[in-house]
Design a protein around this ligand. Structure first.
Ligand SMILES: [Ca+2]
Length: 414
């Protein structure tokens, strides 16, 4: 009898372990054969713009998922002016960039405290302006911050990276210095990319765009320029050690990956050291990519989108040897902007998921990841009528979001 009881307990223990594995919320690494999540209808119900077939099952319009944790959504502030990027200070307050060229500091409950002006001049036309901001990994000691912006230079504009020290008064940046310029300049105000974050080695990852026009598009495929790339640089703007093309003749040594259109979302899965990226497609074909150094992400040779006229792009192909497939794509587009890889246990259902701020989609995308594929999509904050621009997570797992209309949202648990 005792033996039977013991065996039963062991069986329960094993079953319990298996269930935990099967319910893995993110699980980039291990297997996940017991996928017990409730699979709903795909969230997208509108007609696609193209009839391109996906490269694999689940690459677009995966099944829908739902968050069951009761959430509380607060609008903490409605007076921001075209906010673009968010960094959360070590004390939980928010440092937010505004497109026209200022930063603001708000309390963790959204009360404005300081406005920071006097930054190097930005070109705020079109999609330009003051873009993203990132804190130095050693910010608590050195108060250094890094930001991206559209800069006027000879020959047009470009995506630039600057750094400086946040003054103790929190009303200015001391010793502001431009550390990197993504060349060549171009006379236009579209597709600057501009997302900025630190990798696990303490180097800056910077995204750029290909400046949109037919004339500049092919530069995304060439390694002799910084357009349509993800770049990896030191805090002084130099190519980071270990970059993939540092020994390639004619290639810029700061290039990390290439063949991108307009990358406005980057997020690091710090635990597994995986870089996730979103980029805007044309008519259809917004992408989520898992970025590996030296890889070619295809634009403008392969794409799941069309020209806005409806014409095909390039040869009208979606796959080519030597070019990476997006992990996921949207048609019609949602305009994916800022993104986080949600690390916290605070909202357990979201752990190891991607949360993406969608502009034209007017919602927050939640993507569940299983074995480096997307397995489940949810739309959050629908019906708000907002263009969601940037998203950040506090160390305790609360989520902050800003919109083009000037709102600051916070998501907590009820
Ligand atoms: Ca691509």
């Amino acid at each position: 009898m005792k033996t039977k009881f013991l065996l039963l307990m062991i069986a329960i223990a094993i079953f319990s372990t298996q269930c935990k594995k099967g319910n893995g919320t993110g699980n980039n690494g291990g297997g996940n054969d017991n996928d017990t999540i409730t699979k709903l209808d795909p969230v997208e119900t509108d007609a696609a713009n193209t009839n391109y077939p996906p490269a694999f099952s689940g690459q677009t319009r995966t099944f829908g998922i739902k968050t069951y944790t009761p959430l509380k959504v607060d609008i903490l502030n409605s007076t921001l002016s075209n906010p673009w990027g968010i960094a959360i200070l070590p004390d939980g307050r928010l440092l937010i960039t505004q497109k026209a060229g200022t930063m603001v500091i708000l309390s963790s409950s959204g009360v404005p405290e300081h406005t920071i002006s006097g930054l190097p001049a930005v070109n705020a036309g079109g999609q330009g302006g003051l873009l993203d901001v990132a804190l130095d990994p050693d910010f608590s000691n050195n108060r250094m911050i890094y930001w991206t912006f559209a800069q006027n230079v000879s020959g047009g504009t470009l995506t630039a990276v600057a750094k400086g020290r946040l003054a103790n008064s929190e009303t200015s940046i001391e010793s502001a210095t431009v550390i990197y310029q993504a060349m060549p300049a171009y006379n236009g105000t579209l597709h600057y990319g501009g997302r900025l974050l630190f990798d696990n080695q303490g180097y800056l990852l910077v995204s750029t765009g290909e400046r949109s026009d037919l004339a500049t598009r092919p530069l995304a495929q060439a390694l002799n320029n910084a357009l349509g790339k993800i770049l990896r640089i030191t805090k002084d703007g130099q190519p980071a050690p270990g970059n993939p093309f540092q020994n390639t003749t004619g290639a810029l040594p700061e290039i990390y990956s290439y063949g991108h259109r307009n990358v406005q979302g980057m997020a690091l899965d710090k635990l597994r050291n995986v870089l996730w990226e979103t980029e805007f497609g044309p008519l259809g074909g917004d992408e989520v990519n898992m970025i590996q150094p030296n890889k070619n992400y295809g634009w403008p040779v392969i794409t799941y989108g069309l020209e806005y006229s409806g014409a095909t792009i390039g040869g009208g192909i979606t796959q080519k040897a030597g070019m990476e497939q997006p992990v996921y794509y949207w048609d019609p587009v949602v305009s994916p902007s800022g993104m986080i890889f949600y690390h916290s246990d605070y909202i357990p259902e979201w752990k190891d998921n991607l949360l993406i701020a969608a502009l034209s989609g007017s919602h927050i995308v939640r993507l569940r990841i299983v074995n480096n594929k997307i397995a489940g999509e949810e739309r959050l904050l629908t019906g708000q009528g907002q263009r969601f621009r940037a998203i950040a997570q506090s160390t305790n797992g609360m989520v902050y979001i800003v919109t083009d209309q000037g709102r600051l949202y916070r998501i907590t648990k009820q």
